[in-house]
Design a protein around this ligand. Structure first.
Ligand SMILES: [Zn+2]
Length: 370
């Protein structure tokens, strides 16, 4: 049992900051209030926030240089450890990590956040998940039984692709509802049909899974959202019809990878349009294995549009709700998991979170010593 004493606490529902102590008991938060007794860590002058949740990472992408396959997996080890040390206690991998990473984390072979995996991104021939090369033909740099073939053509094949992912232990089904940004801009955007999208979402649901859909264009966002995807990723070019279609979904804008491109302002405009329409926002960094681009970068970019409190909610309570984990984490409340980050200073300013992290508790265990 540990009492985090004298701190201010971020309320991830209201966005307010209150004065309170927090008692951790094992893996759970036992009590939040003033004057709690017990062995204390003096957090006065600091702010406690829930462990951060990144809804869109890639902890195990290949590097562009030609390296043996083991490099992709071994590089993820320090990446995962670094995320946890910066207060990111849960991540949803949007493809690249297989179920073996979860096993290694559960066994304690490596340290890192709780990991949800989606394995590969499903899509049609010529779509997002197709790595066909004009000279070499079918190229599969990820070909591995634990990362099954994601290509499908037709609704029945789409169902089979979902089943292949579920068989390999995918927690989420990742779908390419539009092509890559490069393909969209080049006008070669091969998209699944509405029947194929519906088949993916229906089959995922029958298997107890939800769908996250990569979509840059409004047309792709509308199709994926209408088919029932639970979250729409990127949404670079949103219009009124797209934000209207997002009424029952979460929007995970992933501003980071676009932030230094010619589309950055248009992307921010899409986010503002969605916020004005009341669309629920969850945070995702689209992090490739580069520790300098992670959720803390995304929070700074989100805060520039949403403000600090709403950005933090997107990475805590709203992210947990999207991932159907809100009964378990995402807020500092009795009964929820003891995933807590202690920041220096009491203000909500998220512009440089890594510099403010004093200590992190994950599942009640100190990750970095207070
Ligand atoms: Zn991504």
């Amino acid at each position: 049992m540990t009492v985090l004493a004298g701190a201010h606490v971020f309320d991830a529902e209201t966005g307010d900051v209150i004065r309170a102590d927090v008692r951790l008991d094992g893996a759970r938060i036992a009590e939040v209030g003033l004057g709690l007794d017990g062995p204390a860590v003096d957090c006065s002058g600091g702010l406690l926030i829930p462990g951060l949740i990144d809804c869109h990472v890639h902890v195990a992408f290949r590097r562009p240089e030609s390296l043996p396959r083991s490099a992709r997996i071994l590089e993820a080890v320090p990446v995962l450890r670094g995320l946890l040390a910066r207060g990111i206690t849960t991540v949803r991998d949007a493809w690249g990590a297989d179920a073996g990473f979860k096993h290694a984390l559960a066994q304690g072979w490596i340290d890192g956040p709780d990991l949800l995996v989606s394995l590969r991104q499903l899509g049609p021939t010529g779509g997002l998940g197709d790595a066909w090369d004009p000279a070499a033909g079918a190229v599969d740099n990820y070909g591995d039984p634990s990362l099954p073939d994601p290509l499908f053509d037709g609704p029945e094949a789409a169902r089979a692709a979902v089943r292949r992912m579920v068989r390999a232990d995918a927690d989420w089904i990742k779908l390419g509802a539009s092509g890559s940004l490069r393909a969209v801009v080049a006008g070669v955007d091969v998209r699944p049909t509405d029947d194929e999208l519906a088949a993916v979402v229906d089959e995922a649901g029958r298997c107890g899974r939800d769908v996250l859909a990569h979509a840059h264009t409004s047309a792709a966002v509308v199709s994926a959202a209408r088919a029932g995807a639970r979250s729409i990723e990127h949404g670079t070019f949103l219009d009124d019809s797209a934000v209207a279609a997002l009424a029952d979904a979460w929007y995970v804008p992933t501003l980071s990878p676009m932030s230094e491109t010619e589309f950055a302002e248009q992307h921010r405009r899409s986010l503002r349009l969605a916020v004005e329409a009341g669309v629920r926002i969850a945070a995702g960094s689209d992090m490739a294995p580069r520790p300098h681009v992670d959720l803390t970068t995304e929070l700074r970019l989100l805060a520039a549009v949403l403000g600090d409190a709403a950005a933090l909610k997107a990475a805590t309570s709203e992210a947990a709700r999207l991932l159907r984990l809100d009964d378990d984490r995402g807020r500092i409340e009795p009964g929820l998991r003891a995933d807590v980050v202690w920041l220096a200073g009491v203000d909500l300013d998220v512009s440089d979170l890594p510099a403010r992290v004093r200590a992190v508790w994950h599942d009640g265990q100190p990750v970095t010593s207070p």
